[in-house]
Design a protein around this ligand. Sequence first.
Ligand SMILES: [Mg+2]
Ligand SMILES: [Zn+2]
Length: 203
Amino acid sequence: MFAFVSRVTTLQEFKKFTLFLDISSAKSSSQILSSPAKIAFLDRDGVLNVDHSYVYLPDQFEWMPQAQEAIKWLSDQDYKVVIATNQSGVGRGLYSEADVVSLGEWMQGQLLTIGAKIDAIYFCPHHPDDAVGMYKIDCDCRKPKPGMLLRGLQEFRAQPGDCFFLGDKKTDMEAAEAAGITGVLYVGGSVLDAVRRVARTHR
Ligand SMILES: [Mg+2]
Ligand SMILES: [Zn+2]
């Protein structure tokens, strides 16, 4: 699993401010500085791209309608955008973890052209039965298990109540529920419209 996350600048800024504000009270500094993160967790296959089964090359990647615009809109609303995707194709030997990472980088490149970005991509390469070697395990990250969502909550220091998970399968909804996050079923159409609807009712 990997993440496109850089916190260095934020952390330095944070230290500077904390030093300055320590004189008054730690409480006020934390109130000023840490507006709690909210996360839009997104499934990949079937939500961001058409699920052609075991997609791992840019050639096979077909964006869903207004999926890129949806990511841009979420960032503009101060959501962290985190992908949580099962990629058992790795465990099955159909493609490698490096392929999943490369495709993620290619997606970032596409998004950059419209000023959007993904904050992190988590993927599960395992499968309990149909996988080889080290990938054949009953892991905690393969949805419907909530491992990837819990990791996102932890890494971005977000509360479950401030987050949602947009997925196209029952297993996505089960993972969301297990993590205490609102699960939203995507049933097709504009992804931008879907996330706008969620965000409106959500907070
Ligand atoms: Mg899916
Ligand atoms: Zn896993």
